[in-house]
Ligand binder design. Structure first.
Ligand SMILES: CC(C)(COP(=O)(O)OP(=O)(O)OC[C@H]1O[C@@H](n2cnc3c(N)ncnc32)[C@H](O)[C@@H]1OP(=O)(O)O)[C@@H](O)C(=O)NCCC(=O)NCCS
Length: 309
């Protein structure tokens, strides 16, 4: 086996970013146009590349949020080099330096869940991918009687105090990720709506990013909301705006990855049923090393993406 050169990348490492995005796309992992760049804007992105003779062939990330939590993702080896030990090599090289007191999470493909157990990962719940047809969703939303009676309205981010929005995300996500989120909110072609109650307090927010492969439409998430009603108000405002002047309006669909567990956040599945979201069959398993992390999971209707958490 040729020697794999492993190094951490920065946001100016264009060829490594291209390798990550193209390899994800070849696996049909739908990601946003600037997801990798957004992750790299984080305080401790921990994105690594493995190269053979200067050519990237493997990647993994362990992105750290505060001292107690990391998210593991982007675990990919170029198809031609799989089964030769390169995956294990990059994973274990990076994993051995992760502080063992942290809780590490990931969204695992089903066939890897048992394998990750040797590192201490245990399954928590499923994350089910759905596809929303935006015009149809909007029609359904308009037809559903709302019990909000104007109690929830939406704003664009420039009409919201940024610090307050970031604090809302920290409370719901469980850990601070300000620099990453600022970049995600402002990624090229992104649409963002913030829900506020009659006192002006934030009750949710939703982001839709243009997909890396633009013909795939949009990637929806995070969709965090205090209630199903707030989530619906957010989606209606977001889709209305995207359909009237979205970059990817030629493909009016949005992919959303919904955490789904019994006893915790049954709302996200109920919302998908109501909106007639099509289950794409792309199921992932949320795994962690130290039990359920912080985070208000009942408010998680959609995550940003499995790779970026
Ligand atoms: C998963 C993937 C990165 C592994 O890379 P690889 O270079 O093929 O892996 P290796 O050759 O080092 O694997 C040797 C064995 O260890 C397993 N393995 C790989 N990484 C592992 C890890 N981090 N922990 C435990 N087992 C692991 C492999 O499944 C394989 O098992 P097998 O012999 O039973 O088939 C690669 O197959 C891939 O890119 N798959 C598509 C993307 C994907 O599914 N990524 C995982 C998302 S959770």
């Amino acid at each position: 086996m040729a020697e794999l050169e492993i190094h951490e990348i920065r946001s100016n490492d264009i060829s490594a970013i291209f390798f990550i995005n193209e390899t994800m796309a070849s696996e049909k992992w739908q990601s946003g146009l600037e997801d990798t760049e957004s992750l790299l804007c984080g305080e401790h992105p921990g994105v690594y590349i493995g190269e053979l003779n200067g050519k990237p062939i493997a990647t993994v990330c362990f992105s750290k949020y505060g001292n107690a939590y990391s998210h593991f993702g982007f675990y990919l080896v170029d198809k031609k080099y799989r089964g030769m030990g390169y995956g294990m090599k990059i994973f274990s090289t990076v994993f051995k330096d992760i502080n063992s007191s942290q809780n590490i999470s990931a969204y695992s493909v089903p066939n890897m869940v048992e394998k990750y157990e040797i590192h201490g990962f245990r399954a928590q719940w499923l994350c089910l991918q759905h596809k929303l047809d935006m015009p149809k969703t909007l029609e359904i939303l308009k037809a559903i009687p709302s019990n909000q009676n104007g109690l929830t309205s939406t704003k664009n981010t420039n009409n919201v105090h940024q610090e307050t929005l970031l604090r809302y995300d920290t409370a719901v996500f469980g850990y601070q990720r300000h620099s990453f989120l600022i970049k995600l909110l402002h990624a090229k072609g992104s649409h963002v709506k913030v829900a506020v109650n009659s006192d002006g307090a934030i009750t949710g927010y939703a982001v839709a990013r243009v997909a890396y492969r633009q013909q795939e439409g949009y990637i929806l998430g995070p969709l965090f909301a205090d209630s199903v009603e707030a989530a619906k108000v957010l989606l209606a405002a977001l889709f209305e705006e995207m359909l009237s002047h979205g970059l990817s309006s030629s493909s009016p669909t949005a992919i959303i990855n919904c955490p789904c567990s019994t006893g915790r956040n049954s709302n996200s599945m109920r919302l998908m049923e109501q909106l007639e979201g099509k289950n794409t069959g792309h199921h992932l398993v949320y795994i962690t090393t130290k039990g359920v992390p912080l985070g208000l999971f009942d408010k998680w209707f959609g995550i940003a993406s499995p790779g970026i958490g």
